[in-house]
Design a protein around this ligand. Structure first.
Ligand SMILES: Nc1nc2c(c(=O)[nH]1)N[C@H]1C(S)=C(S)[C@@H](COP(=O)(O)OP(=O)(O)OC[C@H]3O[C@@H](n4cnc5c(=O)[nH]c(N)nc54)[C@H](O)[C@@H]3O)O[C@H]1N2
Ligand SMILES: Nc1nc2c(c(=O)[nH]1)N[C@H]1C(S)=C(S)[C@@H](COP(=O)(O)OP(=O)(O)OC[C@H]3O[C@@H](n4cnc5c(=O)[nH]c(N)nc54)[C@H](O)[C@@H]3O)O[C@H]1N2
Ligand SMILES: [Mo]
Length: 821
């Protein structure tokens, strides 16, 4: 047993292993100061929530309070390991400033009230608007952070009960492109691969994915392969010198917004050099000719110029990828939130299809998720999709869903594509949406162009309900605030990116009168008196387990088949991967193993879209591609970003994350070790840019775009020249004096971002804009950015990031086998 500072050493100790071997077990734990495992009253099974990795853990309880966490050795995902956010983030549950009572706005002020008054106000306003304006006045903006049972219930209430098409989640900002890219290539959502592919891979390519900071345990798996015999090669495509880039065999740092150009050049090389599995393509894919023709126009020389990357390095990356025997790729926000998101992500699928690198050990695509339960938002139909990957433009699928719900098919809105989040905010701005219920997301910090978003949310005519665990920046603008119970205080299941389903059990009571999100939805359905077509209650369950059983029926025979799972089966051991049914009682490690895809027109989730305009294809257009059972290769031309640099705005602006914080910091900002590691906003710039402008480490800068301005201290980092990076974690709930929303001294990166989205996935573009930078004050010390991460300084004299004694965690290396497979 070792104790180490997991702020200073975020990934912990290496446990090297070789290709095809089992990843060794290492059990990580952290308990509140002074406690040992002997003090713990009980351990309660759960999984991690501050990212999408889905690491199994147990919650330590003493005197009915959460006092720590310990990784689950038996879990297939993490083999016992936990990341820094998991080890320390639970402390937020115990914060003294949790919401404990509902609040309602009276004479302009939010005041405490009881649940009856609050829910009557919510249901009452909803009923009034339904009578006056119909369902299109009602909208729900949900999240990727609730549980499966909650999303399914919400989707049923909104689609089957109220009949509104305005249901989306912050997953639109997050992994709408993951879903879109999978639907374009495979006609259905669902990850082909498995995390275990990392155990077998000889090449791992990361596209706009800083996995080291955002899926720390998955990255630990890669670090352990890199430390073992026959390590894999790593290809990193990221404009910053992230920890991933530092471990890469080849690092390409393209100009932001040029991903399609670069990916097309990689495909140009792969196809041009004949690194193609012709037999696989012939049997299992359509569209090869169009793709080959398109990428012929994208030689590496052209990409080198447009992306500003050395041509030899593009060729080298293409050779590594093109000659890989077992290739794993992962894609995330550097693609999904950048120019031409879906078109770029689809090219990564294309690489795997043309190389026949699917469905075999070591050959997996991870079109990654970000939030812990985003997969369920999508599966359960709480993001505009319909439950269990049903196709909204297939009338038979609507009829089948109506059968499951016992409603009339015409009561389920499917007359047009589901309203995406950015459009919902537009409708609210224009006044056609009058009721917006926001759950577990903080749009007043996380949406682009915050000045505009605050105005939309603050309108008198919009009835805003916010369901949260803290009085977030968004909750402060609400008409009614509903205090929720969270992870550890309620029971439910969730599914990670490699389709592993975990059960998360209630460990302690929620504070005050906070209630589980599921109970709040059930209460709402009850107050509205929602009925099925026979006059029975529409929602037929009252507990999470009953909701799960209802969901299982909804998935029967669909790709994400949960019928073989149960709460009991998920208890005690490892998480289990869907599909899990009679045919696959222990779950399914990889899908598409036989080169058969769920693309039959009568079965598929989507007919796809035009990658450049985003227009949905009609069933006839889809069928004309002859896709039955096959994957679809879709080519895309490169289109430059909309907002480009100018004399006034000479820098490209990118925004993103740091290892120590989660989003708007409502949880990690309340965990002292994490907050201490990254206490305040900063801005990253290359040494050459700083030198050109006479700037030094720690200078106070103003970064501005036509939308707003932010004040931040300069970190001179390994970012590519011409680019400024801001973390988006810092809003206003704990802002020091002077920083204020829309004021002279902004702090939130989204004051600066642009209202623009990918035509296909409708995901906002948080990573490509043009900005100006000027110095406000000279440095009085280094910037507060961490030194262990992508923000590592290139200048001397910056003290290392450490959590000291407070951040000591236990590591237990074990020889016993961890989770199989
Ligand atoms: N520590 C931590 N972990 C998290 C989260 C968190 O808030 N904090 N959030 C979770 C969630 S919801 C998500 S969605 C994921 C996100 O996880 P990531 O996508 O890994 O994180 P980001 O920092 O948003 O962006 C990744 C990288 O994209 C690069 N990038 C920017 N523009 C471009 C471009 O045009 N091209 C390319 N190739 N790269 C570009 C940036 O330099 C950045 O390093 O993380 C999850 N895990
Ligand atoms: N500029 C820029 N903006 C971005 C991004 C970026 O990279 N750059 N990334 C985007 C991405 S990928 C994402 S995912 C979003 C994230 O953006 P948000 O979803 O707005 O961020 P969070 O801080 O996770 O907000 C979650 C809220 O839910 C509350 N909460 C937590 N648990 C529960 C619960 O169990 N029940 C309830 N009811 N509430 C709960 C928290 O207190 C918090 O207020 O930001 C997006 N915005
Ligand atoms: Mo996300």
């Amino acid at each position: 047993m070792t104790r180490i500072d997991r702020i200073a050493e975020p990934w912990g100790t290496r446990t090297p292993y070789g290709p095809g071997e089992q990843w060794p077990t290492r059990v990580d734990s952290h308990l509140a100061d002074g406690l040992t495992e002997a003090d713990v009253d009980r351990w309660v099974q759960s999984a991690t929530i501050l990212h999408s990795n889905g690491d199994g853990l147990d919650i330590a309880v003493k005197d009915d309070r959460i006092v720590g966490v310990r990784g689950r050795a038996v879990d297939r995902v993490n083999h016992g390991r936990l990341g820094p956010k998991d080890l320390f983030g639970w402390q937020a549950n115990n914060s003294p400033d949790r919401l404990t009572e509902p609040l309602i706005r009276r004479d302009g002020e939010l005041v405490e009230t009881d649940w009856d008054t609050a829910m009557d106000a919510v249901a009452g306003r909803c009923r009034e608007l339904l009578a006056e304006q119909g369902p299109s006045a009602i909208s729900f903006y949900t999240t990727g952070q609730l549980f499966l049972e909650e999303y399914y219930t919400l989707g049923l209430i909104a689609h089957g009960g109220i009949g509104t098409n305005h249901v989306d989640g912050n997953t639109r900002l997050c992994t709408a492109t993951a879903a879109a890219a999978l639907k374009e290539s495979f006609a259905c959502d669902g990850q082909p691969g498995s995390y275990t592919d990392i155990d077998h891979a000889d090449v791992i390519a990361l596209y706009g994915h800083n996995m080291a900071e955002t899926q720390t345990v998955l990255w630990t798996r890669i670090l352990d392969r890199l430390a073992g015999p026959n390590p894999p090669k790593v290809v990193c495509i990221d404009p910053r010198e992230t920890p991933v880039a530092r471990h890469a065999t080849v690092h390409l740092a393209p100009r932001p917004g040029t991903n399609v150009m670069l990916a097309n050049a990689l495909l140009h090389e792969v196809i041009g050099n004949g690194w193609v599995d012709a037999g696989y393509v012939e049997q299992h894919a359509v569209g090869f000719e169009e793709l080959a023709e398109r990428v012929r126009d994208y030689p590496p020389e052209l990409a080198a110029e447009v992306c500003d990357v050395p041509v030899e390095r593009i060729r080298e990356a293409a050779r590594v990828i093109g000659t890989a025997e077992r290739l794993v790729s992962s894609v995330l926000q550097g693609f999904y939130q950048a120019n031409q998101a879906t078109a770029a992500a689809v090219q990564v699928n294309n690489i795997h299809i043309v190389r026949g690198m699917l469905g075999k050990p070591g050959c997996g695509i991870l079109q990654m998720n970000g939030q812990p339960t985003a997969q369920n938002t999508r599966e359960c139909g709480a993001d505009g999709d319909l439950p269990a990957f049903r196709n909204w433009s297939n009338d038979e699928h609507i009829a089948d869903l109506a059968r499951v719900w016992n409603v009339d098919p015409m009561d389920i809105p499917h007359y047009s594509p589901p309203t995406h989040a950015m459009q919902m905010f537009r409708y609210a701005e224009e006044g056609s949406i009058r009721f917006m219920w926001v759950q577990a997301t903080n749009p007043a910090v996380s949406l682009p162009e915050l000045g505009r978003i605050r105005e939309v949310l603050a309108q008198e005519r919009l009835f805003l309900v916010v369901q949260d665990i803290f009085l977030s920046e968004t909750a402060q603008l609400a008409d009614v605030v509903l205090p929720a119970a969270t992870w550890g205080e309620k029971t439910g299941t969730f599914t990670n990116v490699d389709r592993t389903v975990h059960l998360s059990e209630k460990a302690v009571e929620p504070p005050g009168h906070a209630r589980p999100d599921l109970d709040i939805f059930l209460d709402f359905a009850h107050r509205l008196g929602l009925k099925d077509k026979d006059g029975a209650p529409l929602v037929k369950w009252s507990t999470p387990e009953e909701a799960f059983e209802g969901w299982k029926e909804c998935t029967r025979g669909r790709p994400c088949d949960y019928t073989g799972l149960s709460y009991d089966k998920l208890r005690g051991g490892s998480g289990i991967q869907w599909p899990c049914n009679d045919e696959h009682p222990d779950g399914t490690e990889r899908i598409y193993v036989d080169g058969q895809f769920w693309s039959d027109p009568s079965y598929c989730e989507s007919y796809g879209r035009d990658l450049v305009t985003g227009a949905p294809l009609s069933p006839v257009e889809y069928k004309a591609m002859n896709p039955s059972g096959k994957a679809v290769l879709k080519a895309a031309e490169y289109v430059p970003p909309h907002e480009v640099i100018s004399e006034d705005h000479p820098f490209q602006l990118m925004t993103g994350r740091t290892l120590y914080h989660f989003h708007t910091r409502t949880k990690t900002g309340r965990a002292p070790q994490l907050q201490g590691a990254a206490p305040e906003v900063w801005a990253e710039m290359a040494a050459s840019d700083a030198a050109d402008r006479g700037l030094t480490e720690g200078d106070v800068l103003e970064i501005s775009t036509p939308r707003g301005r932010v004040e931040a201290k300069l970190r001179i980092s390994g970012i590519r020249p011409g680019v400024v990076f801001l973390p988006f974690h810092y809003g206003y709930w704990d802002a020091p004096g002077g920083h204020e929303p829309g004021g002279k001294r902004g702090r939130a990166a989204n004051e600066l971002t642009i209202t623009d989205w990918d035509p296909c996935s409708k995901q906002p573009i948080f990573k490509t804009a043009a900005a100006a930078v000027k110095r406000l004050e000279k440095a009085d010390g280094p910037s507060p950015a961490p030194t262990t991460t992508g923000s590592r300084p290139v200048t001397d004299g910056v003290p290392p990031t450490t959590g000291g004694d407070a951040a000591l965690c236990t590591e237990e290396l074990a020889t016993v086998a961890g989770g199989d497979r």
